[in-house]
Design a protein around this ligand. Structure first.
Ligand SMILES: Cc1cc2nc3c(=O)[nH]c(=O)nc-3n(C[C@H](O)[C@H](O)[C@H](O)COP(=O)(O)O)c2cc1C
Length: 214
């Protein structure tokens, strides 16, 4: 385990404000980043998400104006919009249960208890009323996974919450699909002129945020 490498990349990463639009992530590197999304953990493993990689320049232009005009949307190499299910339904839970049975080679009947717990908690329990919030939290984990993986690969990123989710839904054709925009991550390579790469990170001291209970 190379501790120096991990720490170096953690401090190397920063929220890029200006990307070098001439630099593109290679197809091979991009495949790894997609795997980081696919392998992200989620509550019950339910993966209530779709990740939209926007390549279309016209759509990117429209998204910029729905993102406080932030230049990262158009200047990055790959722009990923994180969307999640607005409502959870039994069909989605069934899909997950069926996939689990298939991959682990078990009878779906043996997963009935697991399904009951998920339905009882997320569809019929009090959490059903805030399920989009639940789903959004899962998306944030995937965002973290993507940015962390990118940093380890010396690929830059910027998370974007400064956007109009309803406007995005319209432009991306998400209305009436059951999915809603949560946030986005721009990936690519920093512009050498981006002054933010040289400013010091602002973080509270470890002693103020990490508590050890012995
Ligand atoms: C959920 C989330 C949303 C963010 N939204 C934006 C954004 O819309 N635009 C932007 O330039 N930075 C955005 N940031 C970047 C933060 O401002 C940045 O991560 C923070 O100031 C710490 O700096 P560092 O990431 O460069 O270390 C966002 C960060 C997170 C985690």
């Amino acid at each position: 385990m190379n501790h120096d490498f991990v720490l170096k990349q953690l401090t190397w990463r920063y929220a890029v404000k200006k990307f070098d639009s001439s630099k593109k992530i290679s197809a091979t590197d991009w495949q790894i980043l997609e795997e980081s999304l696919r392998l992200s953990p989620s509550s019950y493993g339910l993966q209530p998400w779709k990740f939209i990689v926007v390549h279309n320049k016209e759509i990117l232009k429209q998204l910029t104006s729905l993102s406080w005009g932030q230049s990262q949307v158009e200047d990055c190499s790959h722009y990923i919009v994180f969307t999640t299910k607005v409502q959870l339904d039994e069909e989605h839970i069934d899909r997950h249960v069926a996939k689990t049975a298939e991959i682990r080679e078990i009878d779906v009947k043996n997963l009935a208890g697991y399904k009951r717990v998920m339905v009882g908690d997320l569809l019929n329990g009090p959490r059903s009323e805030t399920i989009f919030h639940w789903a959004q939290r899962q998306a944030y984990i995937a965002m973290g996974f993507l940015m962390q993986t990118a940093a380890m690969m010396q690929i830059d990123s910027c998370p974007l919450e400064g956007l109009d989710p309803k406007g995005y839904d319209k432009v991306l054709g998400l209305e009436n699909t059951g999915f809603g925009t949560v946030a986005a991550v721009a990936c690519g390579y920093r512009h050498l002129d981006d002054k933010y790469q040289n400013i010091k990170k602002v973080r509270f001291d470890k002693k103020d945020i990490i508590i050890h209970l012995d």
